[in-house]
Structures are given as structure tokens and as C-alpha cells.
Write a protein that binds this ligand. Sequence first.
Ligand SMILES: Nc1ncnc2c1ncn2[C@@H]1O[C@H](COP(=O)(O)OP(=O)(O)O)[C@@H](O)[C@H]1O
Ligand SMILES: [Mg+2]
Length: 435
Amino acid sequence: MTVAALALALPRRTEDRLLADIVEHGHAIVARAATVSDLLDVLSEGTPDVVIAGAARDTLSAGLIAACDARGIRLIALAETDADRRHAVGLGLFEVLDASAAWSEIQSLIIGGIVIPSRIEDPSPPVAASRTGSARAGTARTGTARTGTVIAVWGPAGSPGRTTLAINIAAEIAAAGHTVVLADIDTYSGSVAPTLGMLDEAPGFAAACRLAGSDSLTRSELERIAQRYASPSGAFWVLTGIGRPSRWPELSGERVTRTIDALRHWVDYVVLDTGFSLESDEEISSDLFAPRRNAATLAGLRECDHVVACGLADPVGMSRFLRAWVDLAEVITTDRVSVVMNRVRSSAVGLDPRGQVVQALRRFGGIESAVLVPQDQQGADAAVLAGRTLRDAAPKSPARVRIRRFVRAELLPVPAQVITRRRGRVWWRRAETAS
Ligand SMILES: Nc1ncnc2c1ncn2[C@@H]1O[C@H](COP(=O)(O)OP(=O)(O)O)[C@@H](O)[C@H]1O
Ligand SMILES: [Mg+2]
């Protein structure tokens, strides 16, 4: 039986009614609060696993939901009246029970919500997302109305540069005149917000997932919860990620899928900064509060049109990449993947680093072409220091120049007149190879 640390903000009689059961089941009450602001104080001091709050306005607010989201704390509301219930659902909270609910019901929501996703999922199936099935992103879709293209930037553990690539891919696509949203769905170390100098008190992607769960993720809601990276050379939207990922109950695969679908109806290009782990959460059974955080990365990879798989171009980074490549192939078909090896430098691999990297990928991974982004400490540091994209902070830096070329050649559609003019001479479009 799972034992949880609970924080309660309930009317006296509801708490009295539940107390004996809570204690009998071995749960610990780590805090009691009377108002939203008391609860927020509790959250900043301790770390309950679960908050059980009355669904009325004095104990439940959007700020409380955001604070729980940011800390990965599960929130369950108990409604005394219909008005309370409407208030909770209006805020995007689905874990709402009647105040008269038996403890067993509340407990099954706590446990079921975390361990057995289907228990609290909405019964309606996710909106089917159409795919191009093409290796090139941006290809026109068949059948349904044209929607945006989704690009997932993925890579193994060890900071290969997923966030750097995702940010700068978004920037270059925006600069080409498309509308773009960059969504941070890395549930292990979301870092888009700090890298771009943005506030991440309320994770935008989590808020979007909540709204998607109630089918209320509209364009105006998206414009409200997304932040804007402002730039004269191409602004884009940003949905920030989760700061404290320890227990993340909201990012179930289905909600992530629905959210991505809504995003592709909103903008031309959706760029996802994903986590690294491809283990499905059902496999991680040792801890009942085990995070469902990999669901986001898995859903992102399954829903996207194009994957940018990146690795570090040094011996350790390459072996990590090649091992993870095998796992990636089990999740998606690799024909819609571009391989990017980042931070290519001779100091880590010896003479002719580009040739060495290309050869290793071919020999050990059967990977025939890869984009090689050079080590560029100056450019990367300038961008991080300023909280800007490479395009804005270091436009002439080698890494930016290579990423821009990659985006134009492999992610954006080729302009018609360029194809005609250069028919038969496609060398400039091809990713680098040893030849
Ligand atoms: N081509 C590059 N040259 C030098 N530094 C880089 C390059 N790409 C990324 N970095 C730096 O590496 C660190 C990790 O990059 P990041 O994109 O956050 O990785 P990840 O998202 O995979 O964890 C950051 O400090 C970033 O500035
Ligand atoms: Mg990152």
C-alpha cells in the first residue's frame, strides 16, 4: 500500500470524517491549511506528495494549481457544492470528488491516478494526429486540413545539446517567416525558460496539458499561457517546462498527445525539446510514486513528423548515442530522423574529427548521414549569457551557421524556384557524409 505525505485544506467536518481512515491507511498528514495562501506557504516549506483541498475559492486557485504543477505535487479537490465543482473544473482540475466521497474513493484516485493512468483519463479518445510519414518535415498532408509540422529534438542522457538545438531550430524557422511554438517537454531537466531568460514559475506546457484534458485548449488560452520570445528577426512562442520533476502526475501520454495536436492547429511549426529516457513508465514499477514523466517524451516522439536525434561528438557521447539509437528505433521508424552530432572537435576525437564521427556512425550504427555541428564555446556562451538565441546573440558563430543550414535544407520545404534552378545538383541539400 502506498503511503503518502498529505497536506489538507478542508472544512472541519470533512477532515474529521476522513481522519480515521487516513491514519488507518498509514498516510501522514504533514500540514493543515485554511486558505490558499496558507497552502502556498506549506508548499514552499515542505514537500507533501498530495494536497487535498476544498474546491471552493478560498482553498483552490489557479496559483495553487500552478504551484503544485511546478513541484510535481498531486492535487485533489473535494467539492461541497456544484458551484465548487464548476470552479475546480473551470481551473482545469479534473481530480474533483464530492466532499462526501469515501476515503477509499479518494485513495483510489491518488493511487490510480499515478499508477494506473486509465483510471483518471478522460474516456474520449485523443484526436487522431495525421502524419506525413515522410523523411522531410513540412510535406503536405493528405486528407485532413493542413496543420502544423511537429519536430521533436531528442538525444540520450549527458546533455548532448537538445535544448540548444531546439531553441535555435525554432529561431531559424521563425526567422524564415513561419509561426512557431517551442515546447519544453523535458520532464527531467526542463531548461528552455532559464536558457532564454524567461520566468518559469508556472509551467506553460503543464497548463496546456490540463486545458487539453478538458478540451478547452483554445487559441486564446494558448496565447495566454505561452510566453513570447521577442526578436526583430523572428519571434516565437514558448511553453516553458517543469522545474521540479520529481513526481509528475499530469503529463499522461494522452494529454500530451492532445496538447501536441492542439499546438499543430495553432502554428506552422511545433518544436519539442524532449527528455532522454525512452523507458515506458509501466516498466518502472519499483516505486508506486514513480514518475510518469517519460510519457511526455514517448508521446512527443510518436506524434511528431520529424525527429532530430542529437548526440555528443566525443567517444563517450557517441557510445551513449549509439546505444540509445537502438532504443529509439523501437519507438519510431528512423526514416523520419535527422542525426545531428554536436560539439564536433578534434581535441576529443583526434585528427579529422568530422571524418571520424561520420565513420563511427556508419560502422556502429548504420547511420549514413549526419549533420555535424562544431564545438562553439564562444557562441554558446554568448547566447546563454544574454538569454538569447544564437541568431540574436552570435549570428556569425559557427554553430549557428551550421544549424541554420540544416534547418533550411532538411526541416523547411525547399522553395520551388530553387528546386528548378538546381535540379540535378542536390549536393548542397545533403547532410554531410564521409564521401
Ligand atoms: N555546439 C556547441 N558548442 C559549445 N557548447 C555547446 C554547444 N551546444 C551546446 N552547448 C552547451 O552545452 C551545454 C548543454 O547544452 P543543452 O542544450 O542544455 O543540452 P541538453 O538540453 O541536451 O541537456 C550548454 O551549456 C550549452 O550552451
Ligand atoms: Mg535540455
